[in-house]
Write a protein that binds this ligand. Structure first.
Ligand SMILES: Nc1ncnc2c1ncn2[C@@H]1O[C@H](COP(=O)(O)OP(=O)(O)OP(=O)(O)O)[C@@H](O)[C@H]1O
Length: 588
């Protein structure tokens, strides 16, 4: 790689010749390209700002960090600029691609120890530098470790990084729920106050396991399950039997990183001195061992995309498949809406603390505040009915899978929401036309539109699994309590969940009405929800973009109406079951 630090890269799209696609993120596509004036091969990451999931500040930050960093193991941008409605980031071309893609295409079972040690050492050097500069990367994973044909390793993607020295709003983003769940540290999931560099050390440990096995721990599970498993299970490890080929020092390195209490994790600088890195070799070794003989990055990327398309042809409605799909693509789209998450969790646990709440329910509510295997002093272990962990802990294991599926589904909805164009973007930034990116950050005019997906109900007890050997019968609505189950399920366990279902219709309804009022503050909503067509007809002269938003919204309202109907049916069945359970419970 030639030293490009002194070169001036042009700031116009016409000065670059784009070739094949070599990578893809949520809102960006990466191309191999040539800078015509300098006759240099580069990578150009093009973000479609109209489709962008991030707000301008986030993008501005990524570009800013990429232009400022100066370390051989960090992917620095040559330049960036806006072309039409796209942001172009020009950077060194890493012809080996990412470790994630490398494993997916050539090493599905993972890499050999000396290769892992070499890769991790380089990544760790990048982290030492970043942490010294006060940055937390927050998305360390194989997908963001890029390799050049000469074996040079660089950590990229600063889309969700945060600065420890930020104040005000920027500081708050340090405490937000971003990253990719499989790699996310427990304290990040729990929104611990002011989590720090050590979050990267956890992700680093997970990345080490990912490189060893070819996939990250829990990668086959949907996001909510990953959250639960990370929080509740013992940290993942290299296995004694399965991972015999790896040294004791590797196992120790992973164990040192994957400690739930961040204070007990080593710093990046200390970790760099770990005996495991004695297994590391030169970067030449990397190029000989893993890059030699590989087909060009574009071909590998195209093949992976074809496999992915064949595997995930029909994603509609299948949340588990969608989850796997996003994992396969290796994207960092999992920046959930935390408020969504809390609201959803509160639906699981929120039990009316008023007269409608029986003493049994109150007792359950009190006893569900179970302390889990999480660092002391953390918010999540405090008594609360609105944070997720208590809620899930309080559910019977048999029930938890079902309700988790529902919750993760909703998180994915949250995730899908990021794809919807932000109207504010189109108005605020793109009308300016060409702008040097670093100076464009102030143009944000995004407004908060509560997206339709947010309205999806969360908690649905699809079924209570059978106890004993009685065959399970699933009625159409998916909820059944067989006589044997009734005997094993206490009313105190079931009633809170049933009650939470009862309040959901009202919540959904209120949200639909709010959305209608958003589009027409004067709308006569009363007790009736107008049909979708009605909403569209209200705005015949609005711009195309707004119309497509309304159409999207309309579809969701229709879905919601169906859902409301379905829930009404479930509710009436549940009421019957509540009364039969109450009767059962009253039998001495
Ligand atoms: N400089 C580069 N050289 C070669 N390939 C690259 C380069 N930068 C990125 N890629 C490829 O493109 C993919 C997407 O890039 P990147 O992760 O920066 O996009 P993103 O939209 O930020 O993704 P994410 O969804 O992970 O946030 C990477 O995983 C990598 O495979």
């Amino acid at each position: 790689m030639s030293d490009s630090s002194t070169k001036r890269f042009p700031l116009y799209a016409k000065d670059y010749e784009l070739f094949e696609e070599v990578g893809e993120g949520v809102s960006a596509t990466v191309y191999r390209a040539r800078c015509i004036a300098l006759n240099e091969t580069v990578a150009v990451k093009i973000l479609d700002l109209e489709k962008c999931r991030n707000d301008l500040e986030t993008i501005r930050k990524e570009v800013h960090i990429m232009s400022l960093i100066d370390h051989p193991n960090l992917l620095k941008s040559h330049c960036s600029f806006i072309d039409g409605s796209s942001l172009w980031i020009v950077m060194p071309y890493m012809s080996g691609g990412s470790c994630f893609h490398l494993m997916k295409s050539v090493h599905p079972e993972g890499l050999e120890q000396p290769i892992i040690a070499t890769l991790l050492r380089e990544v760790l050097k990048a982290l030492v530098y970043l942490h010294r500069q006060g940055h937390i990367h927050r998305d360390v994973k194989a997908g963001n470790i890029l390799i050049h044909s000469k074996g040079v390793v660089k950590l990229g993607d600063f889309g969700v990084s945060a600065c420890m020295f930020d104040s005000g709003d920027r500081m708050r983003t340090r405490n937000t729920f971003v990253g990719t769940p499989c790699w996310m540290a427990p304290e990040v999931m729990q929104q611990a106050d002011g989590y720090d560099f050590k979050a990267d050390i956890w992700s680093f440990g997970i990345t080490a396991l990912e490189l060893a096995h070819g996939h990250a721990p829990f990668s086959k599970f949907p996001p909510m399950k990953v959250l639960l498993m990370t929080l509740q299970n013992a940290p993942p490890r290299l296995d004694h039997e399965r991972d015999k080929k790896f040294s004791k020092s590797f196992k120790e390195l992973i164990a040192a990183c994957l400690v739930k209490d961040p204070k007990r994790r080593p710093t990046s600088a200390k970790l760099l001195k770990h005996p495991f890195f004695k297994h590391a070799r030169s970067t030449d070794y990397l190029s000989r061992k893993i890059l030699h003989g590989l087909s060009p990055l574009g071909d590998r990327f195209r093949m992976l995309k074809e496999v992915e398309t064949a595997l995930f042809k029909d994603l509609d409605g299948d949340e588990d498949k969608l989850s796997q799909h996003e994992y396969m693509r290796g994207i960092s789209a999992w920046n959930f809406d935390l408020e969504d998450l809390k609201r959803q969790a509160s639906l699981v646990s929120k039990i009316p603390a008023d007269e409608t709440c029986s003493s049994e329910i109150r007792e359950l509510n009190r006893t569900r505040d179970v302390e889990l295997d999480v660092p002391k002093g953390n918010k999540m272990v405090q008594r609360s009915n609105t944070l997720p962990l208590e809620s899930f802990k309080s559910l019977e294991k048999d029930m938890i899978n079902e309700s988790n599926n529902q919750l993760s589904g909703s998180l994915l909805s949250s995730f899908r929401r990021k794809f919807l164009p932000a109207i504010g973007y189109q108005v605020g930034m793109l009308s300016d036309g060409r702008n040097a990116c670093c100076s464009s950050g102030g143009a944000e005019t995004k407004f908060a539109l509560e997206e339709p997906d947010q309205l999806q109900p969360l908690v649905d007890i699809k079924q209570i699994k059978k106890a004993g050997s009685e065959p399970e019968k699933k009625p159409k609505n998916g909820y059944t309590v067989s006589p044997a189950n009734r005997a094993s399920c206490s009313a105190t366990e079931i009633l809170p969940l049933l009650q939470s279902l009862l309040v959901q219709n009202d919540i959904q309804r209120a949200k639909v009405l709010r959305l209608i009022r958003f589009f027409d503050p004067n709308a006569e909503t009363g007790n009736t929800i107008p049909k979708t067509q009605g909403v569209l007809q209200m705005y015949p002269s609005r711009e195309k973009d707004l119309l497509s938003q309304v159409q999207l919204l309309g579809k969701s309202v229709e879905k919601l109406e169906d859902e409301l109907q379905r829930r009404k049916e479930i509710n009436s069945q549940l009421e019957q079951q509540i009364s039969s359970l109450t009767n059962l419970n009253s039998i001495p």
